[in-house]
Design a protein around this ligand. Sequence first.
Ligand code: SIN
Ligand code: FE
Length: 314
Amino acid sequence: MLSTGKEVRQTTPRNCVGWTVIPGTLELAEIERWSGPFSTDLRERAVDALEEGLVIYFPRLPFTLEARERLLLSPSVADGKAKNVSLDPASGSVKGAAPDADRAALQTMLDRFASQATQLVGELFPAYVAGLERARTSYRPVEIMGRSYSPLKDDKLLHVDAFPSTPTHGRRILRLFTNIAPAGQARIWRVGEPFEDFARKFLPSLPRPNPVSAWFFAAVGATKTRRSPYDQLMLALHDGAKRDAAYQKGAPQVEIGFPPGTTWLCYTDQVLHAALAGQFALEQTFHIDLASMVDVTRSPLRVLESLAGRPLAS
Ligand code: SIN
Ligand code: FE
């Protein structure tokens, strides 16, 4: 069952006593399996909430670790240089693992998580299947709280996802997270205001998209493809929000704790989010073609185009 998101609902899922669904932020889906079939009602509500920019929360959807995988619950499996251990879907190779980590177990765990996440997304959002690309899978074994980064790299600050070397040209970034912490500790997020409200505040002060720098970064190989004006604006929004201390402090935001054994997903190119604390999460990234969206007018590309009054990606 999904709540409508318009009302505040008190629920008491097994692993999360007294959870409050936050209207306009969180949509609850009380499924207990990674595979469907899911009811039409559930699917319609889920896609509507997702495209509206809500986080879909699955309080009863754990990812179960095998005995060998439980030994991976230590920050020492990461090599310390990268934040995360990740699985590249193209090569199947694991990156960011410590030299003495059990790579085979990491690979099996990441692969199984990726398959379950892909199955869930495919069955919950059948409209997306034709335009769905499974991207990187990551394991995040390092405690977030207390890690210090330069502001632009610091995901403890509210931001929308935009990656300097990977232009999307408007394709969507959907991410699914599961908290696999063995005991007690929730993953704490903050979720900010709707994308359009955020964009309206920042757009007037952003530098104008610059085709020469887009050409240059592609020519020297700093970007995988040439950044569109959309990509330049999204990066500027990402950086602008993180650099603006007053915005970070004063912007509308709610704090949410995702306990162990729970899963959540959202469009991270649209939902303003910050991860404040927590250890041991798995994450799956998907890219989704704009043409697959049920209501494309709610995509960041179309919202920015309507604010800018011109096309921003071809
Ligand atoms: C992020 O996407 O900004 C980080 C989310 C997390 O690791 O929980
Ligand atoms: Fe992010």
